[in-house]
Unconditional design. Structure first.
Length: 145
C-alpha cells in the first residue's frame, strides 16, 4: 500500500539530484515500510550497466516505478517489496548474485547505483535513527481525554 502522491510532490522529487533522491528513497522506504520494483511475466525487471552488470531498479512509490515502465519494460507493472522482505531476503540474495541496486531511477535521468550491502546499511542506520528520536510518551493514568 502507498500514500496518495500528488503532482507537486512528484514534480519536486523528480527534480532532485540522484544523491538527493537516494536520501528521499531511504526516508520513504522507512516511513512506508516498503519499496517498489517492476515485474513482468518473467519476474523482476533488471537493467544492466557495462561496469556494474545486472541492476535491480527500486522506487519509493509505485507511480515512480510506473513512469519508468516503458521501452523494454513496457510490459511491467509496479510490485511492492515490504521492507522486512527487502532487508531479510532480497538484499542478501542480490548481494550473493552480485546484482547492483538502482535507487529511484527516473525516466529521463540518472540514478544512484549502489551495492545491496550499502543499501542494507543505510536503511538499518535510518531505522536506528528513527528509534533514537523522541519516543512516544507512555499513557499516564492521570491524563484525561
Amino acid at each position: 500500500m502507498s500514500w496518495e502522491l500528488d503532482d507537486e510532490e512528484k514534480r519536486l522529487a523528480l527534480g532532485l539530484t540522484a544523491p538527493e533522491r537516494y536520501s528521499y528513497f531511504i526516508q520513504i522506504a522507512i516511513d512506508e515500510e516498503a519499496v517498489w520494483g517492476l515485474r513482468n511475466e518473467e519476474g523482476w525487471v533488471l537493467g544492466s550497466d557495462p561496469e556494474k552488470g545486472d541492476i535491480l531498479p527500486l522506487w519509493p512509490h509505485p507511480a515512480y516505478a510506473e513512469a519508468c515502465a516503458r521501452g523494454t519494460w513496457d510490459d511491467a507493472s509496479p510490485a511492492e517489496v515490504p521492507l522486512d522482505d527487502l532487508l531479510d531476503e532480497l538484499l542478501p540474495l542480490l548481494d550473493e548474485d552480485h546484482i547492483t541496486v538502482a535507487a529511484f531511477p527516473i525516466p529521463e535521468g540518472d540514478s544512484l547505483l549502489i551495492s545491496p550491502g550499502r543499501l542494507d546499511r543505510d536503511l538499518r542506520a535510518e531505522i536506528e535513527l528513527g528509534q533514537g528520536e523522541v519516543a512516544p510518551v507512555p499513557d499516564d493514568p492521570e491524563d484525561k481525554p
